[in-house]
Design a binder for this molecule. Sequence first.
Ligand code: CA
Ligand code: CA
Length: 300
Amino acid sequence: MVIIKAEQAIYSFAPDNKPVATVKAGEVAVFETKDCFSNQIQSSEQLFESADWSAINPATGPLGVEGAREGDTLVVDILDIETADFGVMTAVADMGAIPNLLDGSETKIVPIKNGWAEFSSKLKLPVKPMVGVIGTAPKVETIPCGTPGTHGGNMDTKEIRRGTRLYLPVWQEGALLAVGDLHALQADGEVLFCGIEVAGRVTVKVDILKEKTLPTPILETEDHFYIIGSAGDLDEAAKVVMEWTHAFLKERLPLSKNEVGMLMSLVCDLQISQVVDPLLTCRMAIPKAAFSPFQLSFGG
Ligand code: CA
Ligand code: CA
């Protein structure tokens, strides 16, 4: 099995990135990942401001997938997410969505034991490990790993967890998948600007849907499809996910445009993934059960 070490990191999703390892469709690969600070912050004495900014937001990879070409869709099954035994949170005086509510910069080291994050001696929270950064090489642009987009990237979407399947667009030969920025726990919004940032390992199985183009990342869980979109503000991000959701449902269901719109308004929750990255990310949740008479599926 291919194991990619955390030292094999990129800081941008770029069209001309070179694969550090290659697998065939249907094979499994492991990405060992540093946290979003490149593991530079190891104690509560170290503030975010002391970290080397050029090393922020690494993603491990990229992994090449044999046979993936522009116009295909990459299917990524997230088989497992393992985290280190502690994570890091940083309050930063001038970052995130709520700096005015804070009392200066602070670092908190959060021990993780037996599935619980020890926020304080009094407060333990159950972990829900997720992948913050996962994406493919874009068609033209070079996009820093801290920015989300139609290639995936820093989507900070809490539903990207073990047992889910992510569909990503392919623009470059081999797709060039990279993974990083694990969170032991993060709420919708990620308002402080971080979750419990943690190093770890992500095990994935990759596959290719040939000549199946995708406008944006789509996540499939046991119960839902999530159409994920990012833009400069929440209004625009919401608009793009609504448009893509309408197109996704219209293509797959024997319903009129108006009926699809009605059903979106009835059963598809518009949700916020994060409001703290260079672009903001929304998602629309499509509950499979609501469409059960039609056996809604992504389709091969
Ligand atoms: Ca992130
Ligand atoms: Ca993060």
